[in-house]
Design a protein around this ligand. Structure first.
Ligand SMILES: O=P(O)(O)OC[C@H]1O[C@](O)(CO)[C@@H](O)[C@@H]1O
Length: 622
């Protein structure tokens, strides 16, 4: 473990230095030292059929009320109230989940809020993540320690290890640390797994009369911690922006030489949130979404045929290049691959040595395993993640697809079905490159705000809650700060076959898949055939930290809430921009293309036929 965590380091480059000067914004309710907590309704869970199981598993923390944070009635008075009336608070913070851009700002926000609340408060960071928590290895967070980590990427202020506080040994080690440090609060930073563990730890601490309050903060590049309380996670925006830039570079490379198909796999685990957002930002030719594959129960060969049909359709236009996106979890969405992975997982759990796993598979799984290229076989056998899922980042699904597509194209050529000249592929996995990026302004602000909320949750004595912010699509001054019970986000997995749905496994916060009835998916469907054939590539460019574009938000975050029919501001924006790129009298198709090339979140036809739109018709007379 690196002994230098938190050691003040000089920021090497001018951009890093300038970013360290960025002051994240706060909504009005967080601008004073205290807040007013307003208690709402008692909660159940987002999974009504699983509510009983959740209530049984979390007898002391289930059903807590929603809490909204508002500015105190008399903000000036409340802040003037003698600091000694607010006892100093002792808090620990741990990076539990994988690194995600913006994570450092949670610590910074928490630190600033603690100091404003009472300057004698103390914040400890656990060195090396959960292992530091178990071993009570701390670093006291001070202004000096934070100086070179403000608005910077990575989790290197403290580091991380495993995203697990689950076994009774781990839970009891965490409790001992909380007790020894006399912590009032413990802030756990991470995604679905870490926040499920936070809920369990909170419940245990209440049951054992430990005073430490446990608070979760939604930080994960995957964007899959999403539900009625959580709009997005810290890091998703940055990672999508960086990946979209890389994808659009690859698109331009592809069209320039016209000879390669790029198969790009994107980090984000099983749900396709990152892949969908990047597709809407960069307009690649194809996106194979895990949720679609799972819904239609497409087999591996059906997925391959779908891609080959696309390649063939493009060859008819004399196009021999293209860009295909896939989420890293696609492999688990293909039914027969999922079943194979499940068999391997059971054998792992039964401690069968890796070398013997292939010999103990069922006959059909063994046959599928043998059919796969050796590199995939080796990767499928890797040890599992802490949540017992396959190590998706290590499975080169893009190479598997490229390999099978190539074989199928050769076959189609021999059969005379493909008259194209050639097919060549190049594979990429975009993940780690983006995960360490400097965070966008959105992620800097969001994380800093969540850090502040965490302090107010602890001060209010809340435990087993997650810090949340609503209205994220709006400017920061309109953000609404709240706390939602972790149990309210839980569901219980079920066997859907057989008589009734049988609950399996412990209640947990599960990753949310893409909503196939949502507006973002609908937009992608609308554009799919144009993306496939028109090479309508969009270049979003690098993350902007200042000036126009620096406040851009994820398309998938903003679109779900947009009411285009009524959005006059949006319409005006389109009008102004359209006028700069097309001339009156251009064809309707040119106009459509111009609108959708500017901002992907358009419902182009809706905008064009909007009753308030008196000017656009002039532009599509032809
Ligand atoms: O750093 P590691 O262990 O390869 O983690 C990779 C995993 O972490 C994530 O980046 C975040 O959960 C996943 O998208 C990915 O599968």
């Amino acid at each position: 473990m690196n002994a230098d965590y938190g050691a003040p380091t000089a920021l090497a480059g001018p951009l890093q230095q300038r970013r360290a000067l960025y002051q994240p914004r706060l909504p009005p309710c967080l601008q004073g030292a205290t807040v007013r907590a307003e208690y709402g309704e008692a909660t159940t869970t987002i999974d009504p059929a699983g509510a009983h199981a959740v209530a049984q598993a979390f007898p002391r923390t289930y059903g807590q009320r929603l809490v909204t944070f508002l500015a105190p009635d008399d903000a000036a008075g409340a802040d003037k109230a003698a600091v000694h009336e607010r006892p100093p608070i002792r808090v620990g913070v741990v990076f539990s989940g994988r690194q995600s851009p913006g994570g450092h700002n949670v610590v910074w926000g928490l630190h600033d809020a603690l100091r404003a609340y009472n300057p004698h408060s103390v914040l400890y960071g656990f060195i090396g993540g959960t292992e530091g928590l178990f071993a009570n290895k701390t670093l006291e967070i001070t202004d000096d320690v934070l100086a070179s980590y403000k608005n910077q990427g990575g989790f290197d202020l403290l580091g991380r290890s495993i995203d697990q506080i689950r076994s009774s040994k781990q839970v009891s080690a965490a409790m001992t640390t909380c007790h020894n440090l006399n912590l009032d609060g413990l802030v756990i930073v991470g995604g679905v797994t870490s926040n499920s563990d936070a809920a369990q730890l909170a419940e245990t601490l209440v049951q054992k009369n430990c005073k430490t309050k446990v608070v979760g903060v939604p930080v994960s590049l995957n964007g899959d911690l999403k539900n009625q309380f959580v709009e997005t996670t810290v890091g998703f925006d940055t990672v999508c922006k960086v990946n979209s830039q890389l994808i659009s570079n690859v698109c331009l490379d592809a069209i320039s030489a016209g000879k390669y198909y790029y198969f790009v796999r994107l980090m984000g685990r099983k749900a396709s949130h990152v892949a969908l957002e990047c597709a809407l930002q960069s307009h690649p030719n194809m996106l194979i979404m895990g949720e679609e594959v799972a819904l239609s129960k497409l087999t591996l060969m059906e997925v391959i045929n779908k891609i080959c049909d696309g390649v063939q359709a493009r060859a008819e236009l004399d196009k021999y290049h293209g860009v295909l996106l896939i989420p890293e979890g696609l492999i688990e969405s293909i039914p027969e691959m999922y079943a194979l992975i499940q068999e391997i997982s059971i054998l792992h759990n039964n401690n069968v040595p890796v070398t013997e796993i292939p010999t103990q598979l069922s006959p059909w799984a063994a046959a599928l395993f043998q059919f796969l290229p050796p590199f995939i076989r080796r990767e499928l056998l890797l040890h599992q993640e802490s949540d017992n899922s396959a190590q998706l980042s290590q499975i080169d699904t893009e190479q598997l697809l490229a390999h099978l597509v190539e074989a199928e194209m050769i076959k189609r050529t021999k059969e005379g079905r493909y008259k194209g000249k050639k097919f060549s592929s190049v594979c990429h996995f975009f993940g780690y490159q983006a995960r360490g990026s400097l965070p966008s302004n959105f992620d800097c602000d969001y994380a800093y705000v969540l850090g502040h909320i965490s302090l107010h949750m602890i001060a209010a004595g809340l435990t087993g809650y997650m810090a949340t912010v609503a209205n994220l699509k709006d400017p920061v001054y309109k953000w609404r700060c709240a706390a939602a019970p972790l149990t309210a986000m839980m569901s219980v997995r079920r066997h859907l076959r057989g008589p009734g749905a049988i609950p399996i496994g412990k209640p947990a916060i599960h990753p949310s898949p893409i909503d196939l009835k949502g507006k973002a998916y609908e937009l992608l469907r609308e554009k799919a055939s144009s993306f496939l054939l028109d090479d309508f590539y969009r270049t979003p460019g690098g993350i902007q930290f200042e000036g126009p574009g620096s406040d851009a938000k994820p398309i998938t975050l903003t679109i779900e809430d947009q009411d285009y029919m009524g959005d006059i501001e949006m319409l005006k924006l389109y009008l102004d921009k359209v006028k700069t790129i097309v001339k009156p009298g251009c064809s309707r198709d040119t106009l459509k293309a111009a609108i959708s090339s500017m901002i992907s979140v358009t419902h182009v036809l809706t905008v064009m036929s909007h009753p308030l739109n008196t000017e656009l018709p002039l532009y599509h007379f032809n």
